[in-house]
Each structure stands twice: as structure tokens, then as C-alpha cells.
Design a protein around this ligand. Structure first.
Ligand code: SAM
Length: 142
């Protein structure tokens, strides 16, 4: 994931779930991640941005709260807009939707919380991969 072996602008959608999180495991203070963490996370995001088609969407499902993800997602290198939602009951997951080419550079509210249809699942179901299929990608793309 740090060096995606795909040509530029190849995918309509890239989804990651709990994989970017592993890059933060040895980041030290989450408020001030280590330089090595920053460069790995940026390498991953640059790769995702590169392989997405011009109007492609990156979906990131993570435990990382917006405060900690914003500085990475909002880097000036990226042309995507940023929206997020959250789901879970006591144990919250965050769902980010980044739309390439939709960035509004003079928008102060660059990261927008959105309402999504609620997803209600048992823990065992969340552990599986199937719940990703409950996400309507076509709806996100409209
Ligand atoms: C928390 S698991 C999530 C797995 C799966 N996406 C899911 O939701 O069940 C994190 C995964 O990231 C993988 N991983 C860690 N470092 C990676 C890297 N540099 N490149 C690709 N995958 C990596 C780990 O092997 C592990 O399978």
C-alpha cells in the first residue's frame, strides 16, 4: 500500500478499511506523529490519489477521528473534497469519503460531516467483510 503497483488514474473507487490505521501503530504521540509515520501515511495517500480516476472516490473506514485524519487528507497535494460520517454504538468507526477533483480551495469548512443511512450491525458482522457491500457506492457517486 506504500507503493501501489497500478497505473495512474485506473480506478473509480479505492476502499481501505483498517489498513491505514496500521501505519499509526508506532506513531508515538497521536497529537504529534513521528516523521516516519507522516511520510508513510503521505506515501499511501499520494498513491491512492494517483491511481484514482479524475472523479474517483476514496473511501476510508477507520477508528481515526477527523481531528487526526484532517491534516493528512487536507494536504495541498490532493484535489479531493472531504466528507465523513460515523457509525457504531459506543465503539465508533469513521467513514471518510474523498472525491478527487472536487476540492474547494477557498472553503473554510473543507471537511463536512454528512448524514448517511444508519448501518446497524453486530460486532461479528463488522469483523467480516460483508458490511462493505451494504454501502451503496452508486449513491455516494451521485
Ligand atoms: C486491521 S487489518 C484490516 C484488514 C481488512 N482490511 C479488514 O478490514 O478486515 C490491517 C491489515 O493491514 C495489513 N497491512 C499492514 N501493513 C501493510 C502494508 N504496508 N501494505 C499492505 N497491507 C498492510 C495487515 O497485514 C492487516 O491485514
Amino acid at each position: 500500500m506504500l507503493d501501489l503497483p497500478f497505473s495512474n488514474e485506473r480506478f473509480d473507487v479505492v476502499i481501505e478499511k483498517g489498513t491505514m490505521d496500521v501505519l499509526f501503530v508506532d506513531s508515538g504521540d497521536p497529537w504529534n506523529p513521528q516523521p516516519a509515520t507522516i511520510s508513510k501515511v503521505m506515501a499511501m495517500l499520494e498513491g491512492v490519489h494517483k491511481v484514482l480516476k479524475p472523479n474517483g472516490i476514496f473511501i476510508s473506514i477507520t477508528f481515526g477521528q477527523p481531528h487526526f485524519r484532517k491534516p493528512f487528507f487536507h494536504n495541498a497535494k490532493f484535489t479531493w473534497s472531504i466528507e465523513w460520517s460515523t457509525f457504531g454504538d459506543g465503539f465508533h468507526y469513521f467513514f471518510y469519503i474523498l472525491r478527487k477533483g472536487r476540492r474547494c480551495f477557498d472553503d473554510e469548512d473543507f471537511i463536512e460531516k454528512i448524514q448517511m443511512p444508519s448501518i446497524s450491525l453486530y460486532h461479528e458482522e463488522l469483523e467480516g467483510e460483508d458490511y462493505i457491500f451494504l454501502t451503496n457506492i452508486e449513491e455516494l457517486n451521485s
